[in-house]
Design a binder for this molecule. Structure first.
Ligand code: ATR
Length: 302
């Protein structure tokens, strides 16, 4: 297996016949993706001969790439940046949750058809349950980075679970406000929490954050801030407190600056590996219609 394949590889498979790779992830960049090690461990464990590969596919190659997996009889693929939103209109059918979240991360090839799903939100739900032994629906959530694709999927899942309260924080406030408008119907019920609103979009400033964090159980980072050494600190440790659970969707590095701040403040923290694992397991279940070997996949990631 190559570290990653390209559109040219897919085209040559069409001409020259079969490769064992019938699953994969399309992305740009894609070389860092841990999905192959997780899925190939599961495939081997179950005695399935097909393999999962990385595909370096640029934005302008997506349409052709999708046509090729249809012709090559792939089982399915995952989509990562920059394809999650742009792939939506290229599907033959999209499930309801994926349509509402405006993005897909999983494609199932069924005969001639490409079916789109999104397992990011449900993967997040399972990750929170497994990391903190709590259910999203019982939590007051503050989401940092509500303007991006991951933030949107997480916000949508919080809304679908009807979590106790959801605070959307984004550097560009308008995006959080637009999302809050869209999610308002999910929060119109009579669950009353006292002086704070159940659904709010707030600017990224210390005063607003400090007030909201006093009425929060779970803080989630859905921005990419923390992946690069040069990244600014997302939140000052002084804003965090021991009652908080902090979930960082980033997993490289494993101990992100936000998680270091959480530990300094005495708060519980977990990184995004569990979300990667659970979204992957749910994709696997869509492709094979059977339970994914979660322990095997987890061990492969660790
Ligand atoms: P995606 O491709 O998933 O949409 P993105 O465009 O990189 O990812 O943005 C992800 C999120 O990270 C956005 O909410 C973005 O905020 P803006 O909507 O204001 O752009 C947020 N983000 C990125 N860099 C940030 C930074 N330095 N500080 C705060 N938020 C940041």
């Amino acid at each position: 297996m190559k570290e990653f394949y390209t559109l040219a590889d897919l085209q040559s498979w069409g001409e020259k016949g079969k490769s064992p790779v019938r699953l994969g992830v399309f992305g740009d960049p894609v070389a860092h993706s841990l999905s192959p090690q997780m899925h190939n461990a599961a495939l081997e464990n179950l005695g399935v001969k097909e393999r999962y590969g990385r595909f370096q596919i640029g934005a302008d190659e997506l349409r052709t790439g999708l046509e090729l997996i249809r012709c090559l009889n792939f089982i399915g693929i995952n989509l990562t940046l920059p394809h999650k939103t742009t792939a939506l209109p290229l599907m033959d059918e999209v499930d309801d949750a994926a349509r509402k979240s405006g993005a897909i991360n999983t494609v199932l090839v069924e005969g001639e058809k490409l079916l789109g799903f999104n397992t990011d939100g449900p993967g997040f739900l399972h990750a929170i349950r497994s990391e903190f032994s709590v259910d999203l629906r019982d939590l007051r959530v503050l989401l940092l980075g509500a303007g991006g694709g991951a933030g949107r999927a997480i916000a949508m899942q919080c809304a679908r679970e009807n979590c106790e309260r959801l605070v959307l924080v984004n550097r560009t406030l308008e995006k959080a406000q637009d999302l809050a408008k869209e999610l308002a119907p999910y929060f119109s019920g009579s669950r009353v929490l006292g002086p704070v609103a159940r659904l709010q979009a707030i600017p990224w400033d210390e005063t607003s954050l400090r007030f909201q964090l006093a009425n929060t159980d779970l803080v989630v980072n859905a921005t990419s801030v923390g992946m690069k050494r040069s990244d600014p600190r997302l939140l000052a440790a002084s804003l965090l407190a021991p009652h908080l659970m902090v979930y960082d969707t980033i997993y490289t590095p494993m101990r992100t600056p936000l998680l270091a701040a959480a530990a300094d403040a005495g708060a519980l923290g977990a990184n995004g590996l569990s979300m990667l694992l659970h979204q992957g397991a749910l994709s696997f279940e869509i492709w094979f219609g059977r339970k994914a070997p979660l322990d095997v996949m987890r061990a492969a990631l660790l």
